[in-house]
Design a protein around this ligand. Structure first.
Ligand code: PHB
Length: 401
């Protein structure tokens, strides 16, 4: 009798995969990212980061499963992303939407996640004020101000740049970068001598006329924000082609322009470039070495993660935390509460989601491009610990809302 009862108990326990006694759930997560066209590589990096986390950390989900439903937002216009988010919420019934490479795609989708009460985990889109658009948005990537504002002071104080030019892609994260760098640089005592909008994020423009104008203005530093990928590769090429390094101009910017996936194509004139960012594959800490090794094992020795991959990885860890703490039964408020204040030992270093702003807090590193044999490498020069988005700290414009 006793034995029979014991055996029956075992069978029930085996049917329930979850220790707490709740049946294992499959949580649907919509991933909206660019998988085609000029930004195709971004969607691949983010998704690979997410999938690698799932593969390496099945235990992090508390016995539950996650199903990724991927949708191609195609371009930065916002319209396709919005349609995809609408479908994911109404037809697929996702509990969370994630991804969002380009800022306009996150902005256009924000009202939908508010109406549908579906938490949005942003894994790239960097315009500072995006999280103010909905209480259901949390960001695990960065704000453009994380890099641009401290880089303003760093350029003046450490790089001894007294004058600077700023070049930016002409859309919200570019305008953010302009404002943030200019404020940081001028507060420190520098003077901005040129500020140039340089075309759209959708197509790579010919940067030559813009860079020629900067060369003629002869600033000490040239701060550039363009989307990573093909835009960033073209920036390094134009800088090389016009001989701007020899002309004594220092190319600086956010880590977007020293993205790991493009680094080896950047040419020798990129040596000496200095950027402020939150992730490079060369970071020597143990978590990152393990992450890069796992990445290469999964995706090939020639493949490298970059700053978009790390947001996919960290974002998936944040989603796993939300699933585990709610035991697979997700509610919008439960998910947002799990995300607020979440901390994690990321390969980029320790990160937290600020519970007040739902934006990331992380270390920012100044890196220099150096030559190591035939390879270009990023070497950390300086670290600013645990930076909160300066736009919200300083309550600038829409960040103060
Ligand atoms: C953005 O649209 O917010 C964006 C895109 C690419 C980047 C950074 C920011 O490299």
């Amino acid at each position: 009798m006793k034995l029979a009862k014991f055996c029956a108990g075992l069978a029930v326990a085996a049917a329930m995969a979850v220790p707490g006694g709740v049946a294992a759930a499959t949580v649907k997560v919509g991933v909206v990212a660019t998988y085609s066209g000029n930004g195709a590589q971004f969607g691949e990096q983010i998704t690979r980061g997410m999938e690698l986390y799932i593969k390496q950390h099945p235990e992090a989900f508390g016995g539950h499963e996650v199903e990724l439903i991927k949708r191609d937002s195609k371009h930065p216009g916002g319209d396709v992303a919005k349609t995809m988010v609408q479908e994911l919420i109404t037809r697929n019934g996702v509990a969370i939407v994630a991804g969002f490479v380009f800022s306009p795609n996150a902005m256009a989708s924000a009202p939908l996640v508010t109406q549908g009460k579906v938490p949005m985990v942003i894994m790239n889109a960097g315009t500072a004020w995006i999280p103010t658009l909905s209480p259901y948005i949390a960001r695990v990537s960065f704000s453009m101000w994380h890099a641009a504002y401290p880089m303003g002071a760093y350029a003046f104080e450490k790089l001894e740049c007294k004058t600077a030019a700023i070049g930016y892609s002409d859309y919200p994260p570019g305008k953010d970068s302009l404002q943030a760098f200019q404020m940081g640089f001028e507060k420190a005592g520098g003077k901005v001598v040129e500020a140039l909008p340089m075309g759209s994020p959708a197509e790579v423009p010919d940067f030559t006329p813009f860079f020629q104008r900067v060369k003629d203005a002869d600033p000490d530093c040239f701060y550039v924000f363009v989307p990573a990928g093909n835009h960033a590769a073209a920036v390094a090429k134009t800088f090389n082609d016009l001989g701007m390094k020899d002309a004594g101009i220092r190319l600086i910017g956010p880590g977007d322009i020293t993205q790991d996936t493009k680094l080896q194509d950047m040419g020798d004139d990129a040596v000496g470039m200095i950027t402020m960012g939150h992730y490079q594959a060369d970071y020597p800490n143990a978590e990152n070495q393990a992450f890069v090794a796992a990445w290469k094992e999964a995706y090939g020795e020639e493949s490298t993660p970059d700053f978009m991959a790390i947001s996919g990885w960290d974002g998936m860890a944040a989603i796993a935390h939300a699933i585990k703490t709610q035991d697979g039964e997700l509610t919008p408020e439960g998910t947002m509460n799990a995300l607020k204040g979440w901390t994690f030992a990321s390969p980029r270093g320790p990160i937290t989601i600020d519970p007040d702003t739902r934006d990331i807090v992380m270390n920012m590193h100044v890196v220099e491009i150096v030559k190591d044999g035939d390879r270009l490498k990023t070497q950390v020069l300086d670290t600013i610990p645990q930076v909160k988005d300066p736009c919200k700290e300083l309550k600038v414009g829409r960040c103060g809302e």
